[in-house]
Design a protein around this ligand. Structure first.
Ligand SMILES: Nc1ncnc2c1ncn2[C@@H]1O[C@H](COP(=O)(O)OP(=O)(O)OP(=O)(O)O)[C@@H](O)[C@H]1O
Ligand SMILES: [Mg+2]
Length: 232
């Protein structure tokens, strides 16, 4: 079977940045449906850039990305935005919750933006909050939450539309060990229940231990180990 995600010879160059080497310099890997890959590597090695390209927010200079049966470069801007809205979820280190909306409204937002009625969207959001053990916070405002709670809300919002692919950029980077493990356990449970494919960027060995495979980036390339294998 062809893998769910294929990335082939991906390059990203910022011509105006005055750099000689591309930020991404020929990245190739794949992920099966339901696989959990972690990406590690020093600051500036290109991890966030890689996720931005896979999300379709930014375009590659060359190479290709296929998600399911869609080649991102073959989609126009509108189609890419629509693809992202349907198939991809995002989670970040800073949770990016909207201050003026309640917890439940934050989680429901992607559904409402996609055209779903407010009432049914809020009901689905509450179901998600219940699964994440924070239904009691449904009507709270984000600023009153702890960091761990905020990240659970943020993960709920990333997953409410049942994406096929979750792109997570250091989602546990600002959490303590306990909260980080709780967030990672939620991801692991979601994956088991849904076949979600996860790409996680992390500086933490503990977080990477949740992944099936760990890939390391260095100066825009994937690092191969002594045996010539891509995966740690
Ligand atoms: N829009 C841009 N224009 C020019 N250079 C950029 C742009 N975005 C990123 N870069 C450069 O690309 C390189 C990789 O950045 P990236 O954010 O992908 O690194 P990272 O691995 O995520 O680092 P960190 O661990 O610090 O988050 C950096 O040298 C950065 O300065
Ligand atoms: Mg980064």
């Amino acid at each position: 079977m062809t893998p769910f995600l294929a990335v082939d010879e991906l390059k990203k160059h910022y011509p105006k940045a005055g750099r000689e080497r591309p930020v991404l310099d020929g990245i190739s890997f794949y992920a099966e449906k339901g696989e959990f890959l972690a990406f590690r590597g020093p600051s500036g090695s290109g991890k966030t850039t890689l996720l931005r390209l896979i999300s379709g927010i930014e375009q590659a200079s060359s190479g290709f990305i296929r998600i399911g049966s869609s080649f991102l470069h073959a989609l126009d801007d509108n189609q890419r935005a629509q693809f992202r809205q349907r198939h991809i979820g995002f989670a970040f280190q800073l949770f990016d919750l909207l201050d003026d909306l309640t917890v439940a409204e934050n989680v429901a937002l992607p559904l409402i933006l996609a055209g779903q009625g407010r009432k049914s969207a809020l009901k689905e959001a509450e179901g998600m909050l219940e699964r994440f053990a924070i239904l009691n916070l449904a009507r709270a405002m984000p600023e009153t939450l702890s960091g761990g709670e905020m990240q659970r809300v943020s993960l709920g919002r990333a997953l409410i539309h049942k994406p096929d692919l979750l792109l997570a950029d250091e989602p546990t980077g600002s959490l303590d060990t306990f909260d980080a493990e709780q967030a990672l356990n939620l991801l692991a449970e979601t994956r088991e229940g849904t076949g979600l494919t996860i790409l996680l960027v992390t500086h933490s060995a503990r977080a990477a231990a949740y992944a099936d495979r760990v890939l390391t980036l260095k100066e825009g390339r994937l690092v191969y180990n002594k045996a010539g294998a891509l995966y740690a």
